[in-house]
Ligand binder design. Structure first.
Ligand code: 13P
Length: 254
């Protein structure tokens, strides 16, 4: 059976009350519907602790959207992986294209963050994906390969099961235009082969999520693809009904 993970990346959305209400609705739905798919939510930093309390006893996993690579120190405004572990985070999104673009995160920085997150017991959701220009210049596979090789440098084989990959073509994020089923199928098969080449059998079990304008209208056909193990969802994770209907499609695609 195909393993599935549906993860919501709330980005910089919601107030404290709204965030807690959304988390509660999702936890209640998961509690009553008991999906086989894993479900995770990644709210903004200030809401993590209260949502972690709220999720206590729920199957819904908590994730953060970023972290620094240092365990502690004079880095005003930053959050360390040990802090995230200490408030109950299980996942941390790293290498998101918005971090790469707006905060100038390089493959090298992302690699340091992944190694540090793993050391502090977090499971990185490692984002990769090409820009529109790179796709138009036929560089998609070269870009993906480089991002994976650099991002996962020096990862020990026993850490591989803790990594999740999210393929998010930059041009499909927040645009309302997802990649086509063929483009997603091709990219995910390429990523799977690459992971098996790099990590042998361990590479077969790494979850590969798709992200980029995934919603309840396109989820059915995308999540059915053989190498798609779920989704990393932005906009459509901000509404409980929309998000949980995507989980229902994940259930049908296992
Ligand atoms: P959208 O679902 O809003 O396109 O965002 C995708 C994303 O960036 C998830 O990390």
């Amino acid at each position: 059976m195909k393993q599935m993970l549906i993860a919501g990346n709330w980005k910089m959305h919601k107030t404290f009350t709204e965030a807690n209400n959304l988390a509660k609705q999702i936890a209640e739905w998961v509690g009553s519907n008991k999906p086989k798919s894993e479900v995770a939510i990644c709210p903004p930093f200030p809401f993590l602790y209260s949502i972690s309390q709220l999720l206590n006893g729920s199957k819904v996993k908590l994730g953060a959207q970023n972290c620094h690579y240092e365990p502690e120190g004079a880095f005003t405004g930053e959050v360390s992986p040990s802090m995230l572990s200490s408030v109950g985070c299980y996942y941390v999104i790293l290498g998101h294209s918005e971090r790469r673009t707006y905060f100038h995160e390089t493959d090298d920085i992302i690699n340091k963050k992944i190694l540090s997150a793993l050391q502090f017991g977090l499971n990185p959701i490692f984002c990769i994906g090409e820009t529109l220009t790179e796709r138009q210049n036929n560089q998609t596979f070269a870009v993906i390969e480089k991002q994976i090789q650099n991002g996962l440098k020096n990862i020990a084989l026993n850490q591989i099961p803790h990594i999740v990959i999210a393929y998010e073509p930059v041009w499909a994020i927040g645009t309302g235009i997802s990649a086509t089923v063929d483009q997603i199928d091709e990219a995910h098969k390429f990523i799977r082969n690459l992971l098996v080449n790099l990590f042998n059998e361990a590479g077969r079990d790494i979850l590969i999520l798709y992200g980029g304008s995934l919603n309840s209208t396109n989820a059915n056909e995308i999540l059915k693809l053989p190498e798609v193990n779920g989704g990393l969802i932005g906009k459509s994770s901000l509404d409980a009904l929309e998000f949980t209907s995507i989980i229902e499609f994940a259930e049908k695609s296992m």
